[in-house]
Write a protein that binds this ligand. Structure first.
Ligand SMILES: N[C@@H](CCC(=O)N[C@@H](CS)C(=O)NCC(=O)O)C(=O)O
Length: 220
């Protein structure tokens, strides 16, 4: 039996839960991290010495790093579906998973923490503006890539769409002006047609730290 560890409002846990549900896997889910605690224990540290979620357990096999888990689940259960069969398409999917971590995640999470995870009277408008410019610079590249495409690397959902699609929900639900990225919007609409996306990614996070905390505590 697979076990997925990590609170479901984490943008790193969401891609793992979304992948598992797209693949129709059965798993046990443990809500740890954030206000749920449970990651600062010897047992958790033995699974992930970084003390971060998500973690996947499959019998005596343990894996951390969200994109590594997404890749592993797709290789194990999604050959020809979430994992492209063709080596070049697989390489492009890998390219976008790495781009998600190295290029989009930093500015996007910076924007998120400087707005939603910060009380309004503590917010720094200059730093928010900087984070927004950096996020939208990366998103402009994503928007150009999506021109004429339904999904990131194929005409169907693959692992390349999953971590990026998770951050796109964050972008559109932070209270800032949003640039008119037409191709991203069309792709985001296609993602929202998927039950596994609605279930695992479209989780309200509020507009302030207090709302975030309250919503987190209401999760089950
Ligand atoms: N590179 C790691 C980052 C993991 C990470 O930073 N997880 C955050 C949640 S998004 C975490 O565990 N924070 C501590 C907590 O939730 O208590 C991954 O992609 O899995």
């Amino acid at each position: 039996m697979l076990t997925i560890w990590g609170r479901k409002n984490s943008s790193n846990v969401m891609p793992v839960l979304w992948t598992a549900d797209e693949l129709g896997l059965t798993y046990d889910h443990k809500m740890v991290g954030g206000s749920f605690g449970g990651i600062n224990t010897d047992t958790f540290k033995a699974m992930n010495p970084n003390m971060r979620v998500p973690v996947l357990q499959d019998g005596d096999f343990t894996l951390y790093e969200s994109n590594a888990i997404v890749r592993h689940l797709a290789r194990a259960h999604g050959q020809g579906s979430l994992l492209p069969d063709n080596l070049k398409e697989q390489a492009h999917a890998d390219q976008w998973l790495d781009w998600h971590k190295t290029t989009l995640t930093g500015p996007m999470i910076d924007l998120f923490w400087r707005t939603v995870r910060c009380e309004p009277d503590q917010r720094n408008p200059d730093l928010i503006a900087q984070a927004k410019v950096a996020t939208e610079k990366a998103l402009a590249l994503l928007d150009a890539h999506l021109a004429g495409r339904s999904f990131m690397v194929m005409d169907r959902l693959t692992i390349a769409d999953i971590p990026l699609g998770t951050l796109i929900y964050r972008y559109y639900n932070i209270q800032v002006d949003h640039q008119d990225f037409k191709n991203i919007k069309a792709w985001y609409a296609r993602l929202q047609d998927r039950p596994a996306y609605r279930k695992n990614v479209m989780i309200p996070f509020g507009t302030t730290l207090a709302e975030w905390d309250k919503l987190e505590r209401s999760l089950v």
